[in-house]
Design a protein around this ligand. Structure first.
Ligand SMILES: [Zn+2]
Length: 312
């Protein structure tokens, strides 16, 4: 997940929106679109206007959802024999149809973690891999609350897809085909992806590395926007270890591909991420207040949204 929900804006809409039957004023994140970084990426046209697809590397498709505030990005990574879909987005529109337009090969799904904005299309696929954690198994049962919070007016930019029903919108349950563990490898035919357990944001957070092509898919462990580390399931010490592990891989990496906002970053960001987080943990970074109970720590272009320290 990636950016602060504007809680004041949400409250305004809940309380006042029925009084004004007008178009909502676009939120700041929506006015900032399109993000300039996309100009340098190759775009691939697909039929569903809810998604934008870009090709950051050969046979790698970033499936981006710019009309919802998470700006989630799932990655379809294509080999010679099969493809792997790393996250299935919000479940607001039909991501399986998009993957079918991009490849005819069988697609297996693996999630970077199981927050609602990354698993929304899981139910559509026959083969879904997941980490063996209680958190994963619980989320696979589906839920309504987190999904509903994603479609308040301040969270949507433009229009929702035709046929989308906000009343019934929920994360649908999915069936786990098999479990994965740290170090497991997926042979896609001519391309191998290796699972790197990177717990922290959630107990089931993973990254994927394609060593031969120098690609590191970081899920929510790194993306170029405030990194969400405030949820009850977040483990700060585990996160510190996970990002150090990723930073150690930097010499083998040419491109870092995160799960929100912008699909490409330089591997140099990994050591800056570690340094920024160490500075936060050492108490060297001032906390700026955010929505209730949360604070934002900002070090250059890297920021973390965390629980507000409790007074002693
Ligand atoms: Zn996320």
């Amino acid at each position: 997940m990636h950016k602060n929900r504007c809680w004041l804006f949400s409250v305004f809409f809940l309380v006042a929106a029925p009084l004004f039957a007008q178009e909502p004023i676009p939120a700041d994140w929506c006015r900032a679109l399109p993000r300039p970084e996309y100009k340098s990426l190759e775009r691939v046209r697909v039929s569903d206007p809810w998604f934008e697809v870009y090709k950051p590397a050969p046979n790698v498709y970033a499936i981006y959802e710019p009309h919802q505030a998470e700006e989630t990005i799932g990655y379809l990574i294509v080999g010679e024999k099969r493809a792997l879909e790393f996250d299935t987005g919000m479940g607001i529109s039909d991501i399986k149809k998009v993957t079918a337009e991009l490849t005819k090969l069988p697609v297996i799904v693996l999630n970077s973690h199981t927050h609602d904005d990354h698993v929304g299309g899981n139910w559509e696929f026959d083969t879904v891999y997941g980490m063996y954690t209680d958190f994963t198994r619980q989320n696979a049962k589906g839920s309504r609350e987190d999904a509903q919070a994603e479609i308040t007016p301040d969270q949507i930019c433009g229009t929702l897809p035709k046929g989308f029903d906000p009343q019934t919108y929920a994360t649908k349950p999915w069936k786990m085909s098999a479990y994965v563990h740290d170090g497991d490898k997926f042979d896609l035919g001519g391309r191998t992806l290796e699972v790197i357990a990177t717990p922290g944001p959630t107990p089931d957070s993973i990254s994927l590395i394609d060593r031969a092509n120098g690609l590191l898919f970081t899920g929510d462990t790194y993306y170029p926007a405030p990194i969400w580390l405030f949820r009850p399931e977040t483990d700060i010490d585990a996160y510190a270890k996970s990002i150090r592990r990723l930073a150690a891989l930097a010499p083998q990496v040419k491109m870092v591909l995160g799960a929100h906002n912008i699909p490409v970053a330089s591997p140099a960001v990994l050591s800056r991420l570690v340094a920024a987080f160490e500075a936060v943990q050492a108490g060297k970074v001032p906390a700026s207040p955010d929505s209730p109970g949360k604070v934002l720590y900002k070090v250059g272009d890297i920021s973390f949204l965390m629980r507000a320290p409790t007074a002693h």
